[in-house]
Design a protein around this ligand. Structure first.
Ligand SMILES: Cc1cc2nc3c(=O)[nH]c(=O)nc-3n(C[C@H](O)[C@H](O)[C@H](O)COP(=O)(O)OP(=O)(O)OC[C@H]3O[C@@H](n4cnc5c(N)ncnc54)[C@H](O)[C@@H]3O)c2cc1C
Length: 398
């Protein structure tokens, strides 16, 4: 077996796989669940088509954002089910209303095992399934052939995913289409579905029943990173941000796929028509936009940073029902680590991966708690009645 691109660079986008004339390429997920393309040398005819297509070996052109907005959906329900300000939902809905079809990411959990994959939404019900961030990597490539067929037949398609998945689609298509709009998210890095499932299995054992659903960012306690696990009997288990350490691993970049640490798309220049992220730091950069100071945006339920990188992207954003406030990259980048540069690989990443390989999340968590020290216990207190009362008295409660 040989590799299409070095494992350290492969993003697992899968663009190469269907292009192989002799079906010699598969995506190997051993040992950590990070898919990477491998060639069966016994079958390979040496045409090198896979390497000509590969976006890791042939980086795609990036574009300077033309317009930047702070944005928020006007609908409370949309905000509650979106990771940030609901920009994805409003953009996708406007596109659907114009007769287009939307591809985004959905997560299903069956007997405590999650599957993350791209799916098509043709109506509002379908869009609801795509809402919200799923913090592990799914596979986008199975929908690439279907998207190509629709585009060739003249249908309008919106594809939303990680920047490396958009690059994968563009590489797979090998040409530009006026009827395609691409949307990427500001991505800090991503981890493997295998790790998420090791974690869900731990939660299942801890609570003595299956995990039926998992919400990475529960908005009932305001904007932020507080997760909720929904058990098979319907119980909602609310956790503080770092209680189970999955967010700690994410925030400290300790278990990302190797390519994330030198990702060419973690940059202020973008690969898609539109880029979406959290507008972290808006209270410092543009306090006048917030409701508390008489502005139009409510920072209690999330505000999106929206970058229009092409005229087509900008036109679509302007056709939405979003509250749109002009902003700039200078205002987005101070709080947007994911649009500045890739995250550095922490020295203990290998140690964390080794713990995960043993399949024992309790050991991973124990390691994380030790690393966090007193901050772990302070986070646990953040949801306590006493801390809430103190925050309320000092006017800090959301
Ligand atoms: C792994 C990951 C890391 C991120 N890191 C940052 C960050 O560091 N800084 C920041 O500002 N924002 C980050 N984001 C983006 C942020 O969480 C929101 O997705 C974004 O702001 C859009 O929110 P929304 O309210 O507009 O729409 P939402 O409804 O929350 O967006 C839903 C859409 O996001 C996309 N999406 C969700 N999960 C995945 C996934 N696993 N793979 C591919 N696409 C997915 C899909 O197309 C999905 O339909 C990250 C998202 C992910 C998935």
């Amino acid at each position: 077996m040989s590799e299409v691109a070095p494992i350290k660079d492969c993003t697992g986008c899968g663009a190469c796989t269907p292009h192989c004339p002799v079906d010699a390429i598969t995506l190997d997920t051993e040992p950590d669940g990070f898919a990477h393309a491998v060639i069966n040398d016994d079958v390979c005819i040496g045409c090198d088509l896979c390497r000509h297509i590969c976006p890791a070996l042939n980086p795609l052109p990036l574009r300077e954002p033309q317009s930047v907005y702070a944005a928020q959906s006007k609908a409370h329900d949309t905000l509650m089910h979106s990771a940030s300000g609901g920009a994805f939902y409003e953009i996708a809905r406007a596109f659907q209303q114009q007769g287009g079809i939307v591809y985004g990411v959905e997560m299903t959990i069956d007997h405590s095992t999650a599957t993350i994959s791209h799916a098509a939404a043709t109506d509002e019900q379908g869009l609801h399934k795509l809402q919200g961030s799923k913090y592990a990597q799914g596979s986008a490539y199975p929908v690439f052939p279907e998207i190509q067929r629709r585009l060739d037949e003249g249908e309008r398609v919106l594809f939303s995913g990680l920047p490396c998945q958009v690059a994968g689609l563009q590489a797979y298509l090998g040409q530009t289409y006026d009827n395609l709009i691409t949307v990427d998210i500001f991505c800090h890095g991503n981890t493997s579905l295998y790790y998420l499932n090791v974690y869900l299995d731990y939660l299942k054992k801890k609570h003595g029943q299956d995990i039926a659903d998992y919400i990475f960012r529960d908005k009932e306690r305001g904007n932020g990173y507080k997760p909720v696990a929904i058990l098979a009997d319907g119980t909602r288990v609310r956790m503080t941000t770092f209680e189970e350490s999955y967010w700690y691993l994410f925030a400290t970049s300790k278990f990302y796929r190797e390519s994330c640490y030198h990702c060419p798309y973690a940059s202020p220049r973008r690969v898609s028509d539109i880029s979406l992220g959290d507008f972290w730091g808006i209270e410092k950069e543009r306090p006048g936009l917030l409701k508390g100071t008489g502005g139009p945006l409510d920072d209690g339920l999330g505000i999106s940073a929206v970058l229009a990188n092409t005229p087509a992207g900008d036109a679509l954003i302007r056709q939405t029902d979003l509250v749109l406030e002009p902003s700039s990259m200078a205002e987005v980048t101070p709080g947007g680590a994911a649009v500045r540069a890739p995250q550095e690989q922490p020295a203990d990443r290998d140690k964390v991966l080794e713990l995960f390989r043993a399949g024992d999340y309790a050991a991973v968590k124990k390691y994380c708690i030790k690393q966090q020290g007193r901050w772990y216990y302070l986070d646990l207190l953040s949801d306590s009645a006493l801390v809430k009362a103190v925050k309320k008295l000092s006017g800090k409660a959301r």
